[in-house]
Design a protein around this ligand. Structure first.
Ligand code: ADP
Ligand code: MG
Length: 724
């Protein structure tokens, strides 16, 4: 029996793996694997506990002596829970997370006995050794070693028998090498800028934190079917495969015990997540077969980012126990909806106010309007960078397709808020007419009713206001949310700072506060108008209109990343001290390098499948048909040989087309590889190479339809998608 039929048989005969619930209520075990404040209070000496609280509240560093005490407390707690190893857990630019495991085991050299040791120096940042400073260009700097240091805002947690210490990753020359460091810097900037603007409305606000609630989409496939698809294993997506036809979608041949396996998997993911303090809540997704979604209750952005990365990891591990594989790629299957990770984003004050939620009185409505208008303006100014922040090799397969995200960046506000902003625009206030502004204030009083009535939801917008938060829908399912969240936070921080400067200037020229606010709001509403779009983002009319508005339509990741080289990028990231100029350049290069590497892997996988699987199988089937034709001719039934002859010809045509495309591909790759400029190289991979791969795929998928089903060795779409 072929590998494929074995796999299908294994998959269809599997039983759901049942999951036991560790407690009656989620609160019985929520965060039991996390060294959270409650445990810190119990296991740390009062001064060490106070130090952690202070760093969390005000930033700064933990000194060596206190670090020793924290490490001691952490170790005692962890060993009580059976932990034997520790690892610094961080988010490098090249993958989701990295860990370096070390054992607590050490040696007492004076007595010669083994001891459990975990020093404070392992917790906090170690001073780099000056002699190891690398010299040379950015590339060598970035390949240089770095050090990791605990981020006291993120609590340590246990996975299996390892104590994981959430860390930032910094090179010996001081450049950040991870996603987390720039995000933390941005959060601090946004806190400062937003708090300053809050002061116009509410003196009690002393801190603002960005909040994030992500929605993680993914596909589940049986492990045996996955193992029979080298492309899934190596690239996370199917590089070949004809889509399942409508009838096949209705055919319930493979259903069996299906939803139950997925249900048990999700149940265990939830339990594991809850143990790790991730406030997960499941939702099922009906869009594509075997596609699901998990979303949490929102948290502060930095914690939510950690929790998303952790959840992806939990999913991978739990899936193994259920003989499933969770596919986190943005587009595992062509022709079927891909997976995104909507990033719901807002800002929250230390007094518990959601800054993007209209409040109860006139003042808070104006505050809401202030933040809303500034976010829209920030998006308008930085739309290219926001697009660049979600561009990845995987997300490229979704960009511009007839599902989120469109490759044109725009923001949706809904009809009621649009009406409000239009009203502001048309109230011809220029700071001189207080009367106009007070008329407007009356309308502002009605904002809550307006937004409550605002039931229109736009599912095609890459960035949609959804009542009390923005939903950044363009983010891809495999992304680290820190990238887009950092760019959005930096954009809003920069905008709020500029806004405050303008308002303060008007106030100091003698204009009353409310009028000054409205005057500047009006200005930015007008300036950012062309980024607002409430219609269907997938329509051709929008493409034409966007072009007329001067908005870009970029579907390739390398092209989108070109935004990182602009003056705007410098202003946003470098002038605000989030990146150094070298870091910005290096991040751009790392993106391009990763892109080229991933494309090369896809090419290799495609080549292997075509040469070792598709071609031999097509030829084998063709030979069978030739035998049939020869036989029919031998018994003088030439006329009966027509069907087989037609298929023989078709197979040759497809194989010839594949051969021609492969030849062109080889030449194209040679041209790309001869280039020294990384950017130019990536552009070729994103353009010509991608299109040739797609040609080969189309031909191969036609062969899949022709060749005898019994002979086809790769699990087909209907099996991957409908075996549950
Ligand atoms: P949907 O219609 O997309 O299902 P929900 O109201 O269920 O909308 O929220 C989706 C996500 O938005 C959830 O993860 C939720 O935690 C998050 N969310 C809600 N309020 C906020 C907020 N103020 N800031 C950030 N995320 C939020
Ligand atoms: Mg959503």
């Amino acid at each position: 029996m072929s590998l494929r039929f074995n796999a299908v048989q294994t998959a269809t005969s599997r039983q759901p793996v049942s999951v036991s619930v560790p407690g009656e209520k989620v609160t019985d075990y929520f965060a039991e694997s996390v060294f959270d404040l409650k445990k810190m209070q119990k296991y740390l000496e009062p001064d060490a506990f106070a130090a952690v609280l202070s760093v969390r509240e005000n930033g700064g560093r933990i000194d060596k002596e206190v670090a020793g005490k924290i490490a001691q407390g952490m170790k005692v707690w962890a060993m009580e829970k059976g932990v034997t190893h520790y690892a610094h857990w961080f988010q490098p630019l090249t993958g989701t997370t990295a860990e370096k495991h070390d054992s607590f085991l050490d040696f007492n050299y004076s007595t010669g006995t083994p001891i459990e040791k975990f020093a404070g120096s392992l917790l906090v940042q170690q001073e780099p050794d000056a002699s190891s400073f690398p010299s040379g260009g950015i590339r060598s700097t970035f390949e240089a070693r770095g050090y990791t240091a605990w981020d006291p805002e993120s609590p340590a947690f246990i996975i299996d028998t390892t104590l994981c210490i959430p860390s930032v990753f910094i090179s010996y020359t001081g450049e950040s090498l991870d996603y987390k460091t720039p995000l933390l810097k941005t959060n601090a900037l946004l806190n400062k800028a937003a708090t300053a603007v809050c002061k116009y409305f509410d003196e009690k606000i002393t801190k603002v934190s960005p909040t994030l609630g992500w929605e993680q989409e993914f596909f589940l496939v049986d492990a045996a079917l996955y193992e029979a698809r080298p492309d899934l294993i190596l690239t996370g997506r199917t590089v070949l495969g004809h889509s399942a036809s409508k009838d096949q979608q209705l055919e319930d041949h493979y259903f069996g015990s299906i939803p139950e396996r997925a249900a048990q998997f999700i149940r265990e993911v939830e339990i594991e997540s809850h143990r790790l303090g991730i406030p997960a809540k499941t939702r099922h997704n009906e869009v594509a077969p075997n596609q699901f979604e998990i979303a949490p209750i929102f948290e502060n952005v930095d914690i939510a980012v950690d929790h998303n990365i952790l959840l992806m990891d939990v999913m991978r591990r739990v899936a193994k126990r259920h003989n499933l594989v969770a596919l986190l790629h943005e587009k595992p299957f062509a022709g079927i909806n891909g997976s995104g990770k909507h990033n719901n984003w807002s800002m929250s004050s230390n007094t518990g106010i959601n800054l993007l939620s209209p409040g109860k009185d006139k003042d808070s409505h104006l505050m809401f309007l202030t933040f809303l208008a500034n976010v829209v303006k920030a998006v308008h100014t930085n739309s290219d960078l926001l697009l660049a922040s979600i561009a990845t090799p995987g997300n490229e397969h979704r960009l511009g397709g007839n599902e989120a995200p469109p490759a044109i960046f725009s923001a949706f506000l809904g009809s009621a808020l649009t009406k409000m902003l239009n009203l502001i625009e048309n109230t011809k206030g220029d700071g001189s007419s207080a009367q106009e502004n007070s008329l407007l204030t009356i309308d502002i009083e009605h904002i809550p009713e307006l937004t409550l009535d605002n039931t229109d939801r736009n599912r095609t917008s890459p960035f949609a206001f959804t009542g009390n938060k923005f939903e950044f829908r363009a983010v891809g399912s495999s992304a680290n949310c820190a990238g887009p969240m950092m760019t959005l936070g930096a954009a809003v921080a920069e905008q709020l700072t500029a806004f405050k400067k303008d308002v303060d200037a008007l106030i100091s020229s003698g204009i009353e506060k409310e009028e000054a606010l409205l005057t500047v709001i009006r200005k930015i509403v007008i300036e950012s108008k062309n980024i607002r779009f409430d219609g269907n983002n997938y329509s051709d009319e929008w493409k034409a209109e966007a072009k007329a508005r001067g908005l870009k339509n970029i579907t390739s990741a390398p092209e989108a990343w070109a935004a990182f080289k602009t003056d705007r990028a410098n202003k946003l990231y470098v002038d605000q001290n989030i990146y150094s100029h070298r870091e910005l350049e290096a991040r751009y290069e790392i993106s391009l390098e990763t892109y080229v590497k991933k494309m090369q892997i896809e090419i290799e996988v495609m080549d292997e499948l075509i040469s070792n699987v598709v071609t031999p199988v097509a030829l084998k089937y063709q030979s069978l048909l030739v035998g049939n034709v020869v036989g029919l001719n031998a018994i003088s039934l030439q006329s009966a040989a027509a069907p087989a002859t037609a298929i023989i010809t078709k197979i040759s045509e497809h194989l010839n087309a594949i051969q021609a495309a492969k030849t062109e591909l080889t030449a194209t790759i040679a041209t790309a590889e001869a280039l020294t400029e990384l950017e130019a190289k990536a552009v070729i991979y994103a353009g010509k190479v991608r299109s040739l791969l797609s040609t080969i795929r189309t031909e191969s998928d036609e062969l899949e339809l022709i060749v005898d089903n019994e002979l086809w060795p790769l699990p087909k779409y209907r099996e991957l998608l409908f075996t549950k």
